[in-house]
Design a protein around this ligand. Structure first.
Ligand code: NAP
Length: 463
């Protein structure tokens, strides 16, 4: 009774936490509240623990459990404190993989305790948890390595889908054998190995560029695996938490695909990143690169009536969020109207720019979404693009041969003058040329975003 009540409280806190995560203003509180829910669920389950024959838990097993909890707390907290903002997707991949692995382990352990009385619901739920959890574990590990820059190009080979299909059929046959009454741990071992292989084979052909979407999808897999475990062992908190993770992961995956104007199937099966980027480069290559020095850029900014700043991944790499805030403040002191245009997939994870700018206390009302800013772009005097590339690439609506054709972009090219701050003519995430940089109204301010912004702040202040 007390356990059920505690699970109910935990579930309410999970839901409240997710609700609060929807806005940067309340996200921290949401995270803490969901964390509290997890602590309550963890404490509630402890008195329920018992041995496989119903006997009470021995002292050394309690010790083992607490060492496990302590280890998890230390690794989780240290990881979260130490991780750089730009490496957040990698950390999410690892934590998500651990969740999937844990769900698969729970299922495998439960399988070892199957009896002839075990219900079909129990067996099927457990097999689903084992399969999905193991796919999520190995897939997340590959996603982690791809994000770290290892084998980040799509690895494709002939008969790839055939091999995946074959492995899936074999795993299905094994599942049928186990559901039909064959309780051999050998079969379960083989089943898990195939699921792990499927996770690897599923993620290897996907380019590093699409890993945030893959992680979000694998996150929803982990949620489903946990929910399936919950069904198997009759744990309501696991069912609710797993379903929440499963559905929010799926919605996030769809939202990211929508923002890139690509169906999920395109992300999973098109080997994006292996495309021939020269086709769109050829279409884009008209005009010349015109560089600008910091003093001229500061003058243009200081004289403008309205400035829109478009932050991108490069701003996060340079960790220049505080400098950009200072620049916005200095310009505002001169009477310039400054706002930030936020593209939904700028950076490397959903909400990346919002989090980054919130860190520097940029007021939320200065952040304007893409759909709102685009119709106003023609009335903007200077558009300052900082470390953004793909999200301002006009090829997305002008060049049908471009791999990003159809992706909504911030229409920076429509502003009176565009100043692009980046280190070189280097490409962005999609690996394609950007025709914006060659436009007549575009000036390139080359250099590290932090150093250039620092210089601009000094010059605008002095000007
Ligand atoms: P981007 O296209 O990756 O371009 C970033 C640019 O920043 C690069 O061209 C780079 O040019 C520049 N840069 C790097 N370090 C810099 C530094 N220290 N100082 C100044 N510039 C620096 O970034 P984006 O425009 O933000 O686009 C995001 C991409 O990620 C999109 O293709 C999107 O589809 C993809 N994506 C995002 C998400 C998400 O959830 N946010 C999910 C999946 C995919 P230089 O090397 O020349 O400096």
């Amino acid at each position: 009774m007390i356990t059920s009540f505690a699970f109910l409280i935990a579930s309410v806190l999970f839901i409240l936490g997710i609700k609060l995560l929807a806005s940067p203003k309340t996200a921290r509180r949401g995270n803490l509240i969901a964390g509290l829910g997890m602590v309550i669920a963890l404490l509630a389950v402890l008195p329920q623990l018992h041995g496989s024959h119903g006997e009470s838990v021995s002292l050394w097993k309690w010790l083992l459990i607490f060492v496990g909890i302590l280890l998890g707390l230390v690794v989780g907290a240290a990881g979260a404190y130490k991780v750089k903002m730009t490496a957040m997707p990698q950390m999410v991949a690892l934590f998500n993989g651990a969740g999937g692995g844990a769900a698969a382990l729970v299922a495998a352990i439960e399988f070892a305790h199957l009896t002839s009385d075990s219900s079909l619901k129990f067996v099927v739920s457990m097999l689903c948890a084992a399969m999905i959890g193991a796919v999520s574990l190995s897939g997340s590990i590959i996603a982690f390595f791809k994000l770290e820059g290892h084998f980040d190009k799509p690895v494709t080979y002939s008969a790839q889908q055939l091999l995946n299909g074959l492995l899936f059929v074999v795993s299905l046959l094994l599942a049928l054998a186990m559901a039909g009454g064959s309780h051999s741990m050998m079969l379960m071992g083989l089943f898990l190995v195939i699921a792990l292989a499927l996770g690897v084979l599923m993620v290897m052909p996907i380019g590093g560029a699409d890993m945030p979407v893959v992680i979000s999808l694998l996150n929803s897999f982990t949620g489903l695996a946990v929910a399936a475990d919950g069904f198997a062992i009759d744990n309501v908190a696991m069912i609710i938490a797993g379903t929440l993770v499963g559905s929010s992961g799926t919605l996030l995956t769809l939202a990211m695909c929508h923002a890139m104007n690509r169906p999920v199937t395109n992300v999973l099966f098109s080997a994006f990143g292996k495309v021939d980027a020269t086709a769109s480069a050829a279409a884009a290559a008209t005009g010349s690169v015109k560089s600008v020095q910091a003093d001229e850029a500061a003058l243009l900014l200081g004289m403008a009536g309205r400035v829109v700043i478009v932050p991108g991944y490069g701003l996060a790499v340079a960790q220049a969020q505080h400098q950009v805030r200072q620049l916005a403040d200095e310009l505002a002191k001169k009477g310039v109207e400054v706002s930030f245009a936020i593209h939904p997939v700028a950076g490397r994870m959903p909400g990346h720019m919002n989090v980054l700018l919130a860190e520097a206390d940029v007021p939320y009302d200065q952040l304007i979404e893409m759909e709102t800013i685009n119709p106003e772009m023609e009335r903007v005097d200077v558009c300052l693009v900082i470390g953004a590339n793909d999200v301002v690439n006009p090829a997305a609506h002008e060049d049908k041969s471009s791999p990003i054709y159809g992706m909504p972009i911030i229409e920076a090219e429509k502003a009176g003058t565009v100043i692009v701050m980046k280190r070189s003519m280097g490409k962005g995430f999609a690996g394609i040329e950007n025709a914006l940089f060659l436009r007549d109204n575009c000036r390139m301010l080359f250099g590290d975003a932090k150093a250039s912004l620092q210089e601009l702040v000094t010059l605008v202040k002095a000007g």
